[in-house]
Design a protein around this ligand. Structure first.
Ligand SMILES: O=C(O)c1cc(C(=O)O)c2c(n1)C(=O)C(=O)c1cc(C(=O)O)[nH]c1-2
Ligand SMILES: [Ca+2]
Length: 560
């Protein structure tokens, strides 16, 4: 059927479907299905598999990976591979049968040469009788849902200046919202809305203000650092229908490790921005890590939750940042409510103050060094910070179980060494790295799944894992949390104790979020297996054993 705005607003009522990237506009990634539950999950077994493609090399990458969230509507699943091919697969009768494949013929070298962190495509969106998708080489594609035939396409991001598309599109009303990647290549980030009926761009809001605009006073250099200021938007945001606001995360400033190049707080990098959905105007913002020297990209998803804080009913936005703190923010005003660490080790600030700013932040200083020797700088060439620069949590999504009132975070437990190289004004070159340094992985990275109480931010349970969490989570009314590990193990945890109740060895690296859906009245759990992302290039030294994982591209589906 047609996917209308009304259906997306009521996505939770379509219990067996998974209609939008984060399951609902509130980004809960929670399923009301309970056929599979803590009592019987031990009997969960493989139902079918499907071999996808997209493993080819391109640009700086030796192979593609799978990071997508499958979308499921009425017996059909839509998934993408890293190069942006879309597959429609039957999940009802004819389970695992390919209905069509749309190959957008992505220019692999063109896009892949400016993809900082892997051949990534995180999935599709549904609108009316169409499938909406992105490609790494910058295109927005609208295809026919029944046939996969491309109806129109448009270049919305420009790889000639280092812009790529890795985030899944978000459809709100009759528009598609696109976020961009490329902060490590010195782009000027944006969020754009395209009218799906007219193909016209409705608005494009830059995340880095130009001189004279509000926030431009936080770029204090005199050589136009803002033009290459980063602030990409490569993780899909959420939509608050009540306020008609889009809440979207903004990434790191560039150059990453030479913050002296860009004195000032560098708005709106490492922030959440609340945009009027109809105009794109920024209503409020909250910045997590001002003048960031750590690459603590603030793009992670924003989870809309109604809860009680200090005895008062609040409509909040929960966010687990790369900097190791989880935040609750009033989603209508941007007011900070609480901020608590969810990682085992956090060294760059002793904590947050009552406004949510890091205690080690010095408001009167244009260049921030944060605590001790954690930040690399022109004088302290190497800094060691915990979390490391991949963050306490990267893009892999959290999940919120509204019945248990628990929020689960896929955690990267890490520290690393970051190295400053002085950047000289006027040296930016299109499609060249703009990082102002690099990193060393001096110790092993592990992981955990943390269960957090949304009222207080307290971590109430933690399940430690040998490897970092690179795929994300889903929670269910069966009181389960499913988690895919990069060494190939998919496991089901008890939602309360986080004890592992079941696992399955895929033999392939899991780098994508699991989902659950139902077809013909039966519940299934699905995950794509194919280790890619930032890991092979940047973090392989920190995860001994994972170098043995072969590239792969397989969809796994389980049932009782
Ligand atoms: O600033 C950016 O534009 C940008 C984009 C991406 C991306 O699009 O995948 C990543 C990052 N940054 C990044 O910092 C990062 O750690 C990262 C990890 C991954 C991944 O897929 O494993 N992507 C990205
Ligand atoms: Ca980044």
């Amino acid at each position: 059927g047609d996917v209308s705005h009304k259906r997306l607003l009521n996505a939770d009522k379509e219990v067996g479907n998974w209609l939008t990237h984060h399951k609902n506009f509130e980004a809960h990634r929670f399923s009301k299905l309970e056929e599979v539950n803590t009592k019987n999950v031990k009997n969960l077994s493989l139902a079918w598999t499907f071999q996808l493609g997209g493993i080819q090399a391109g640009g700086i990458w030796p192979h593609g990976g799978l990071e997508g969230t499958p979308i499921v509507e009425d017996g059909i699943m839509y998934v993408t591979d890293g190069w942006g091919s879309v597959y429609a697969i039957s999940v009802g009768d004819d389970k695992g049968k390919l209905l069509w494949k749309m190959d957008p013929e992505t220019d692999k070298d063109w896009g892949g040469a400016v993809a900082c962190c892997g051949v990534n495509n995180r999935g599709v969106a549904l609108w009316k009788d169409k499938i909406v998708s992105h490609t790494l080489d910058g295109r927005l594609i609208v295809a026919n849902k029944a046939t996969g035939k491309i109806e129109w396409e448009k270049e919305v991001a420009d790889p000639s200046v280092g812009e790529t598309l890795t985030a899944a599109p978000l459809v709100v009303k009759d528009m598609v919202i696109t976020g961009v990647a490329g902060a490590e290549y010195g782009i000027r980030g944006w969020i754009a809305a395209t009218d799906l009926s007219t193909q016209k761009e409705l608005w494009r809001t830059y995340t880095i203000p130009k001189p004279g605009e509000k926030g431009s006073e936080t770029w204090k250099d005199d050589y136009d650092a803002w033009k290459n200021g980063g602030g990409s938007t490569w993780v899909t945001g959420s939509y608050d229908a009540e306020t008609n606001m889009i809440l979207w995360g903004v990434g790191n400033p560039g150059p990453d490790w030479d913050n002296e190049f860009r004195p000032g707080d560098n708005l709106y990098t490492n922030s959440v921005v609340a945009l009027d959905a109809d105009t794109g105007a920024i209503d409020w913002h909250f910045q997590y890590t001002p003048n960031d020297p750590f690459d603590y990209d603030g793009v992670n998803e924003n989870v809309l939750v109604d809860t009680k804080i200090d005895g008062k009913k609040r409509k909040v936005m929960l966010h687990a940042n790369r900097n190791g703190f989880a935040y609750a923010i009033d989603r209508a005003t941007g007011e900070f409510l609480w901020g608590k660490p969810f990682v085992d080790r956090l060294t760059w600030t002793p904590g947050l103050d009552s406004k949510g700013k890091p205690v080690a932040y010095k408001p009167n200083q244009d260049v921030q060094h944060y605590a001790g020797q954690t930040a690399a700088s022109r004088t302290n060439k190497e800094g060691v910070s915990c979390p490391g620069n991949m963050g306490g949590k990267n893009w892999p999504p959290t999940t919120y179980n509204p019945e248990a009132q628990l929020w689960y975070i896929p955690v990267i437990e890490s520290c690393n060494t970051q190295i400053n190289e002085e950047t000289k004004p006027g040296t930016w070159q299109a499609r060249e790295w703009w990082t102002g340094g690099g990193l060393k992985q001096h110790e092993q990275i592990t992981g955990s799944v943390a269960a957090v109480d949304p009222k207080t931010g307290k971590v109430v349970a933690k399940h430690h894992t040998q490897y970092p969490q690179l795929g994300g989570l889903v929670s269910t009314a069966g009181n389960l949390v499913f988690v895919g590990n990069p060494d190939g193990r998919l496991s089901a945890l008890d939602g309360k104790s986080l004890e592992e109740l079941w696992s399955f060895e895929t033999g392939a690296g899991l780098n994508a979020p699991p989902i659950t859906f139902s077809a013909n009245g039966k519940q299934y759990v699905a995950i794509m297996a194919g280790l890619g992302g930032a890991w092979p290039k940047w973090f392989v030294d920190g995860t001994k054993g994972l170098e043995k994982i072969e590239p792969s591209s397989t969809l796994y589906v389980f049932s009782l």
